[in-house]
Design a protein around this ligand. Structure first.
Ligand SMILES: Nc1ncnc2c1ncn2[C@@H]1O[C@H](COP(=O)(O)OP(=O)(O)OP(=O)(O)O)[C@@H](O)[C@H]1O
Length: 361
């Protein structure tokens, strides 16, 4: 029977000695989906990926590709191809030979393999590059050769292990968009691992946030960003303000949180214990030169600009705010009366209760 999923990970655990690098993880990836696993160094991403590829074996659990268990199936017999950060291209071979190599290994006749490699290079925007040495290519071009070499084998699943990690910032930004577009045109299922939240947010249909061997949350980029399920997700995905405090009242998902200074703030969350932590995105902080402009907001405070972090459209302000131990970070508008604000200027900040997500600490 045809499977409606390309990949099913079922209660997979991998132990090294007593340490569970991957701890009872379960998820499915749909055909054509761009699925990312996002987490800090050491959380178990690579171990999980290596098990899908067949380089590592689970201690327990099942890995199914198109409904077929991969337990006991060697790496080279799985309908999976991996793109590594190092790319692992063969420097002695031409671009065309690199792409055709996997086909030749599978016994595809040479002429046929060359032709298919040629067509694939065209599809990744490298028409006419066949005869070039890979050493004579730019970082971005090599990246595309690595992807072409992988896609020419028509795998069910493409696994990508931080493939943009070695590129400089500018190229990485560019390749993010390119990779997403390539995946769209090929409609191949991608499983991508990264510790870079921006890469995951820009490219993925869904993201799993991984921490200490477990998935903390799986959701769309918007979901994770706007409705984080745990404090770890709230702080790992996107920029955020973070303030610890104590719950002083709570009803129907609305909470009052008292900061160490005694100042009380209004937020949302379901927290049954006293000790809590609150998160507010910098773009959710309203700024105004005077208090009355913010009168509709339950959280309104007085402050002074302590730093202007200019970064074009990503510019922000740090605001020393009465009652807050750490400065409040807010997005700096690029137009209007606040665009030219300077350090030392008095300012008022405010936000809705909805914008402040409160979790048990
Ligand atoms: N072969 C191994 N033997 C023992 N421990 C291992 C082995 N491989 C990984 N680990 C441990 O398992 C944990 C997860 O490692 P893994 O490489 O999967 O993390 P990661 O999230 O991919 O990190 P990074 O982004 O740094 O590559 C780490 O604590 C690591 O030290």
């Amino acid at each position: 029977m045809a499977s409606s999923t390309d990949l099913d990970i079922v209660n997979v655990t991998k132990r090294f000695g007593t340490h569970a690098a991957v701890d009872d993880v379960t998820f499915s990836v749909a055909p054509g989906e761009f699925f990312s696993i996002l987490g800090p160094s050491g959380c178990g991403k690579t171990t999980l990926m290596r098990m899908i590829a067949g380089f590592e074996h689970p201690t327990s659990g099942d890995i199914r590709i198109r409904g077929r268990s991969m337990i006991g199936v060697p790496a080279n017999k799985r309908p999976v191809n991996m793109v590594f950060q190092s790319l692992a291209l063969f420097p002695m071979m031409s671009v065309g030979e690199n792409v055709a190599y996997g086909l030749s290994c599978r016994g595809v006749p040479r002429e046929d393999a060359e032709e298919r490699a040629e067509r694939m290079l065209e599809r990744v925007g490298l028409k006419g590059f066949s005869e070039r040495r890979v050493t004579a290519l730019s970082g971005g071009q090599r990246q595309r050769v690595a992807i072409a070499r992988c896609l020419v084998l028509e795998p069910t699943l493409v696994l990508l292990d931080e493939p943009l990690g070695a590129l400089d910032l500018k190229l990485r930004e560019h390749m993010k968009i390119e990779l997403k577009q390539l995946q769209g045109t090929f409609n191949t299922t991608f499983v991508y691992i990264t510790h870079d939240q921006s890469e995951a947010l820009v490219m993925s249909d869904r993201i799993a946030v991984m921490n200490q061997g477990k998935f903390e949350q799986v959701g769309s980029p918007r979901d994770l960003y706007h409705n984080p399920a745990t404090p770890f997700v709230a702080s790992f995905v996107g920029e955020t303000n973070r303030w610890p405090g104590e719950i002083v009242s709570s009803s129907n998902g609305t909470v009052a949180l008292q900061l160490p200074s005694g100042m009380v703030t209004q937020g949302t969350g379901r927290v049954s214990q006293k000790s809590a932590v609150a998160f507010v995105r910098p773009e959710a902080i309203a700024l105004a030169p005077s208090q009355p402009a913010l009168r509709d907001l339950p959280n309104r405070f007085e402050g002074r600009v302590s730093a202007v972090l200019f970064d074009g459209a990503n510019s922000s302000l740090l605001i020393e705010t009465l009652g807050f131990d750490q400065p409040v970070r807010a997005v700096l508008p690029q137009a209007g009366p606040l665009a030219g604000i300077e350090v030392g200027a008095p300012i008022h900040v405010g936000w809705t209760a909805d914008a402040m997500k409160v979790f048990a600490a």
